[in-house]
Design a protein around this ligand. Structure first.
Ligand SMILES: [Zn+2]
Length: 256
């Protein structure tokens, strides 16, 4: 294997850990956001219900006022009835009184419906408040746990970064910068072994010529399909019919 790649492989292990850690962090943050969203939604529903009830109560007040006016009007007509002398005036008054009475009955019904409705809405509001209480206390525990996990993730991330920074100092700059560019693109392992004549990055067969180049480990070899840097895994080197010089190069002491 190309000597420069050994350290890069170690750095890559840290980077893969870091990528997983950041994915985990993102998931946790999403969970936290979801919990907050549930609470916000409940709060908003509650507020909307309160506004609705307020408007309905205003309507009830208005209707009560109108009903009172009609009741007064009925009383007034009733007292007028005593002073009426002519039959046709009496009949006209009677008709008017009947109309007022119908109006009164209608309005009373409407008012009673409104009062029923508002009482239903108030029950709904109460159940929204109860749900909010339960959700709030449940999610507080969950949020606490998520925040604890996030703290752990951040700590682990800091540790990884310190270790990585230390390793990067010793890395061969050019190889490292190529590696970093590839990693930025793929967010995955970019230095990969060839196994069974296949690039383990893209699982496509490599040519015998490429395989030889990789095995020699004299320079960086990129997969022509996925652009990853390939290396020859020393521990899984096949024994048998291979040419001797290549095999010698595979032993760690000879790779310098
Ligand atoms: Zn590949």
């Amino acid at each position: 294997m190309l000597a420069d790649l050994r350290l890069i492989l170690d750095i890559q292990d840290l980077d893969i850990k870091m990528i997983r850690l950041m994915k985990l962090r993102k998931e946790r943050l999403k969970e936290l956001k979801n919990l907050q969203k549930v609470k916000e939604d409940l709060r908003e529903k509650q507020k909307a219900k309160e506004v609705e009830i307020f408007e309905q109560k205003k309507m009830i007040k208005l209707n009560e006022g109108e009903l009172q006016e009609i009741q007064e009007k009925a009383k007034k007509l009733e007292s007028q009835q005593h002073s009426v002398k002519k039959v046709d005036e009496f009949n006209a008054l009677n008709q008017e009184m009947a109309a007022v009475e119908r109006d009164r009955v209608n309005r009373e019904q409407k008012l009673s419906d409104l009062i029923d409705k508002v009482s239903q809405e108030e029950d709904l509001l109460q159940s929204l408040k109860d749900t909010w209480e339960t959700t709030f206390s449940n999610s507080r525990q969950q949020e606490f746990e998520i925040l604890e996990k996030l703290k752990e993730i951040n700590e682990e991330g800091r540790g990884l970064k310190i270790e990585r920074d230390r390793m990067v100092k010793d890395a061969e700059p050019e190889t490292f910068s190529i590696y970093e560019r590839l990693l930025q693109n793929k967010k995955d392992r970019v230095v990969v072994p060839i196994e069974n004549r296949v690039c383990t990055g893209c699982h496509i067969l490599v040519t015998a010529q490429d395989e030889n180049l990789v095995r020699k480990g004299e320079r960086l070899v990129f997969c022509e399909h996925c652009s990853r840097i390939q290396y020859w895994p020393e521990e899984t080197a096949p024994t048998g019919e291979d040419t001797k010089p290549t095999r010698r190069r595979r032993t760690p002491s000879a790779t310098v």
